[in-house]
Design a binder for this molecule. Structure first.
Ligand code: F0G
Length: 346
């Protein structure tokens, strides 16, 4: 399967189409979720963005941002990141033969993401400050040096990320509701752009973590805190556009607590066989908490509403949170009596 620039080349700006840097991202599974469907009385699908080459949706945007940078002859890219953007930028820079620097908040990035950024060969800088501070710093730095900024303030990122909406509609037709985690607010903005380009208008429900919910509270959060480190963001760069998208879609942005996020984070793998990272589970936690709105049900015109939860990142990214939220392994000597006890739980 070709990468998404080639697949949707007619809907891509020309800046990204002449020097394509791709790892065949996109075309991710859209998996029916029978247990969740029953829980909320709707036909729910999970968009498994963790199936992208570096395990998150960021690859959709990065193929475009790095392709545009390659066209300009850029030799280096930079980003601030809670982890996934860093992993993705590092991979696409490696693919393009560029150098990459990433600025991550010290101690607040999941182990798998850090390992990825390092193994792809990025220069990883651990900042004694949060994501919002890091983003401001890299924006200033990129203004003064010949380094291409690949955060989602880069419009090419959205051009790539909008293709997930295309894939959804191409696969299952119009949907009534989309639920999605919101951090820096680029992705929800991109989904809306994609739906609009396809003349679609599903309701968008964005979910933030309660300790990092600036859009919900209508003010910057100076010290955001949440177990969902990917969305630990207090001052989203795409604030206005995300709010416009939510309003136009007659949707809502709401908060889910860390406990609600972790409940969904454990429930999903145990009931649907799908393991996502904590930030991604916010979309499912929100759907479980708030259900499907009457308006979205009305759109379905008597049928069961079609709902898509975007699972933005792979669960393997954050093994520490997984271990903190499950039982322990069972030790066993190589002896049948012990093995039977261990297997049968008696
Ligand atoms: N889910 C995951 C797994 C993420 O990594 C992010 C953002 C989001 C959701 C929110 O998307 O920012 O477009 O609203 N991660 C960025 C990063 C900030 O640096 O990897 P958004």
């Amino acid at each position: 399967m070709a990468g998404l620039i080639e697949r949707y080349i007619d809907r891509m700006p020309e800046e990204v189409t002449s020097h394509i840097v791709s790892i065949e991202e996109g075309s991710t599974p859209l998996v029916p979720a029978p247990a969740l469907s029953e829980r909320v009385d709707a036909d729910v699908y999970l968009k498994l963005e963790g199936a992208n080459p570096t395990g998150s949706f960021k690859d959709r945007g990065m193929t475009c941002a790095v392709s545009a940078a390659a066209r300009e002859g850029a030799e280096a890219v930079i980003c601030a990141s809670t982890g996934n953007t860093a992993a993705s930028a590092a991979a696409y820079a490696a693919r393009a033969g560029m150098t990459c620097a990433v600025l991550v908040p010290e101690g607040k990035i999941a182990a798998g993401k850090l390992a990825q950024a390092l193994i792809y060969g990025a220069r990883v800088i651990s900042l004694n400050g949060n994501f919002d501070v890091a983003l401001q710093l890299v924006r200033d730095l990129a203004d003064h040096h010949p380094i291409s900024l690949v955060n989602s303030v880069n419009d090419f990122r959205l051009e790539g990320q909008k293709t997930s909406s295309f894939e959804i509609v191409d696969e299952i037709g119009p949907i009534d509701l989309l639920t999605i985690p919101v951090g820096n607010a680029g992705n929800i903005t991109a989904y809306w752009k994609g739906f609009k380009e396809y003349d679609q208008a599903p309701e968008l429900n964005g979910y933030q973590a309660a300790g990092a919910a600036p859009l919900v509270e209508g003010r910057r959060v100076e010290n955001p805190e949440t177990v969902a480190s990917a969305i630990r963001i207090g001052n989203p760069a795409r604030w206005e556009e995300a709010m416009a998208a939510i309003t136009e879609s007659r949707g809502a942005v709401r908060a889910v607590t860390d406990d609600e996020i972790l409940d969904a984070y454990r429930w999903l793998p145990a009931n649907e066989g799908v393991f996502c990272e904590p930030a991604s589970a916010a979309s499912v936690a929100g759907l479980i908490k708030n259900g499907v709105s009457d308006a979205a049900r009305a759109k379905a015109e008597g049928g069961r509403p079609k709902v898509v939860c975007v699972l933005t990142g792979n669960g393997l990214k954050d093994p520490d949170t997984a271990f903190d939220n499950v039982g322990s392994v069972i030790p066993c000597e190589p002896e049948m009596g012990q093995l039977e006890k261990a297997v049968l739980g008696q």
